[in-house]
Structure formats: C-alpha cells, structure tokens
Design a protein around this ligand. Sequence first.
Ligand code: SF4
Ligand code: SF4
Length: 424
Amino acid sequence: MATPYDAMWEQLNLDLDAHAGLLQVLGKFYGDIYLSQSGRLKGMEYVDFVISEIHGLRIKELQEAKAQGKKVIGTFCIFVPEEIVLAADAIQVGLCAGAEAGTDAAEKVLPRNTCALIKSFVGFKLSKLCPFIESCDLVVGETTCDGKKKAYEIFADYAPVYVMEIPQMKNACDRQLWRTEVLRFKDQIEKVTGNEITAAKLRQAIHLVNDRRRVLQRLGQLRASDPAPISGRDALLINQIGFYDDPARFTQNIGKLCDELDERVKTKSGIAPEKTPRLMLSGCPMAIPNWKLPYVVESSGAVIVGEESCVGARNNRDLVDETGASLDELIDALIDRYMRIDCACFTPNQERLDNVVTMAKDLKADGVIHYGLSFCQPYAIEAFKVEGALKKAEIPMLSIETDYGMEDVEQLKTRVEAFVEMVR
Ligand code: SF4
Ligand code: SF4
C-alpha cells in the first residue's frame, strides 16, 4: 500500500518492498504486545504516536533539519556523549538494533555466532531497511566489546563511520585516555558540523540531556510503588523512544505521563493487583523492537519494575555536573559522568554488582531476570558475579540467554513461569 513517505524512503535508497514488509510485521507485533494491554496511561498516546511515525514523521523532521544544514549523528552505545553532538547543533539518534530482519544479509559478512544486536545493525544497513542509518552524516562506533569493535570495520565499507576508543578499566590512566577520546570526538563533530562547541552551548546541551535523564529517573522511582503503576513493556518502550525523539519534546511528554503516574500511586491503582510478583531485568540492552522477554514475563503472571540496562537505568542513573564555568570544566564533568557507566565491558566491574543489588532493593523486586544475548561474552560471564551478589542480598535470579528469534518463546515461558511461581 502506498504511503505519503514512499518518495522520501526511495530518496533514502531504502529497499521499499523489504521495508514495507518490515513495517507490516512490526505493526502486528506492536498491536499484539502493546495495544492489547488494558489500563494503559493516557500519556502512552504520545509514545504510540512516536512509534507509528518512527520511520515517517521523525525521518521527515530529520530531512528538514538536514535541508537547513543540520547534521545527523547515529550511535549504538550510551558511551557516545550526546552533549557534544547537541552542543554542535547536530541531532543524535540511537540506531536501533533490536530486530531480526536483515540477519541473513549480516551472516554473509559476519560469523553466525555473533550477538543478535551486532547482526541487526549490520543487517539493517546491508538490507537497506533503516531510514535512520540512511539519514546519518556520521555513525559513531566504539571499542566496547570485541564483536562490535570488529563489526565496525565491516560497517565502515557501507557508511561513514568514526570509532571512539572506550577504556576497559577505571584507573587514572584510563580516565586520561577517555579524556583524549572525548576531545578527539569533539574535534570530529566540530569538523563534520562546521560549528564550534562553546562553553555556553555545551552547558545548554548538558542541561537538555540531564532533563531527559531526570524525567526517566522520576519514571523509574514511580515504578517502586506496589501496585505497579505502569507495565514494564510500556516503561521499556519509553526508554527506547528516548533514543529517537527530540529530547525536549520527549522530556515534556514523559513529564506529563509521570504526573499521571503520581495520581495512580496516590490512589493505589496499578496495571496489576498489589502483590503481583515484581521482577527486575538486568543485563544486555533491549533495543527497539526487542520486546520478546518483557512480553513473556508479563504474560506469565509477573510485572517488570525496572531495567538495569543501557535501555534503562544505566543510561539515566548519573547526571553531568552543570556548574562548570569554562569549557574545560564542563568537559571534565562529562568525562567523570561517562566514566561511571558500569557496562560489562569493564574489568573489574564491582559498581554494576552494587548497582544491581541497590536497584532491586529500591524497586522492591522479588527477583531478577538476567538477560544475555546469545554470544555476548561480557554479560554472560558477568551473570555469575551478579547472581552471587544478589544471592548475598537474598534476591533470587534467573539467567536467560536468547536472541531475537521467536522459536524459543514457549521454552522461555516455561522457565519464566516456574521462576514466577518460585518468587511468589
Ligand atoms: S552494554 Fe555496553 S557496549 Fe552495549 S550500549 Fe551499553 S555501554 Fe555500550
Ligand atoms: S550485547 Fe554484548 S556482544 Fe552484543 S554488542 Fe552488546 S556487549 Fe557486545
């Protein structure tokens, strides 16, 4: 069926037939997983609208901004400092990597035993399925895990790629390395945009991104209530669209949604009865449209109350100090904030163990599901230590490893249901 955006997608060199097929599948998936929920908040209408227009209106906005000279920068990791991009008057979009479409193409250039997230971003590019990637003036990669690091070498044959080196430890010399990398990134972004990053511009950008983090922190805190005022699926979706939508518009709309949640908390009304088993997810990021596990969990008699993940608390936990007077001071504040990220790519990574336990306690979680993408070594190996830390705090954990395929849904459901019964 023709859409008002066909000409734009054609100009972006998408494979129109494959793209139409993808949108059709996603529309059905969204209807089944999201629109079928009862007791949704009025504020979710904004989220549903963003999703319905994610490849339409939002891409049109990006094209219009580009026509006025703005640059679009794509990223795959929360380590890339968005504040630098915004301070140069550019737009940053988190590129999704949560769908299986494109896997066949990806497996022509990557080993099959590569994590689904990596196969997804390479596959989307090779299959010409993603209007965000095609809108990017620069795609920023990072040396986090080995899979991503090496995949960017292949990706660079198809898109303009710049790679940031991320430290793997948190000693003084690692901070120094990160400082050098952030400054190198600043130079690169200034070069791509032609705009100088000043202290005033950077402060403004820090404030904008902090505001988005603050509203997501507020959302996270409201989920500590019993009964849970919002489903885990909806909360995950909010975190996911935070990577795409305009930051000020997102903050404003999610602020209103949180006001609604406040009311629910006051009146003790929720999306599931009080004492419904409360589970927290922890581990690999769930990029849009990866909704498989949340759907399985919430159709197994539990409610998800938090995500210890990059599409979740890891992205919002820490703010950047806004008080620096000079550009140097503000850059130092950025560096300090990003060095606190507790990705499993770091060694040792005691911060994550502490954060998982604190978060599970704060959210009054009855149990934690550790989520690992198949072939992701950093999170798979760290799951052992996470389980140990949770055990000490007497919080049970279930470890799940899966990918984006639907073949294991029934098997996952059996395991999750048994875990829910155990924590009940
Ligand atoms: S899990 Fe690590 S590598 Fe992946 S997005 Fe988060 S910080 Fe980046
Ligand atoms: S999920 Fe694991 S293997 Fe995949 S990109 Fe992230 S850190 Fe790397």
